[in-house]
Design a protein around this ligand. Sequence first.
Ligand SMILES: [Mg+2]
Length: 305
Amino acid sequence: MSRVVPYLDESPLAADVLSHARITFTDLDGTLLGLGGSVLIDATGAPALTTVNAIVDVNRAGLDVVVCTGRNRIQTGEVSRILGWDSFIAELGCIVMYDRRKPAQYLLGEWPAGVLLADETPHQAMTRYGALRVLTETFPGKIEEHEPWHTDREVTHVLRGSIDRTIAQEALDTLEVPIAIIDNGIIHPPRHTLVDVDEIHVYHLVPRGTSKERAIRVLLERRGITPADAVAIGDSATDVEMMGATALGVLVCNALRDPKVLAATEGLDTIVATRGERGDGWAEFAHAWLAAMRLSSPTPRARRA
Ligand SMILES: [Mg+2]
């Protein structure tokens, strides 16, 4: 481990930012949700209300939470609805929903205007421009769609396989539209049809120039909130990237076991870690936020003045 990320409860910066933070962007898997994607368990996987109680406390206080995830719009909208939150960011920052009842805004990075046919989604355009074809031709048997998570996507493709990311990017760079491939880490799918692979990674194909960070900046601007009043919490290297758009970044402590996360935090002094893992860490963060807000809230006398 090259450097130590300070703990949330020991950080003066965290106490200061949380005392006036108005909004938190949260990752889902490995952060708010425990193993298997449940919010009703603790970090060990045992049934627990720790995270749910923290969510209720945050909602009661009227604080704003926005899910920011690689999941698709339908899944993210359902999760947000169940948890009582209105806005969300899906598909790694390519879909921004200011209000989950209204139409989506697509963020397409460097894609020029006019790349989409009438009624075509960016996801369909990526297929039409040959993104999947060049990858399966370059790596026969080594990459495939990440079934069942590949359905109902509107912008990004989610794939699994065992490939050289640099060579894959070179293959994508031959296409007419700029598409980036992101390695989102090792997975253990219960079944797949890949041939002779031992370590399987999940990959996302995204329009070049898109990111969770950019989507957060767009949403904050639309809401009239500055990054100084925003926090992000997550567990992966792409989450560290989104923390660049907020005054404080919080890693749930399971993130610290990932060397890619630690490498991503190099040189950043606005990142802290919880002591608890996954949903327990999220609850720890929520309670720190509520405590800091209470300490800084004006007295009833000051409020009347
Ligand atoms: Mg995650």
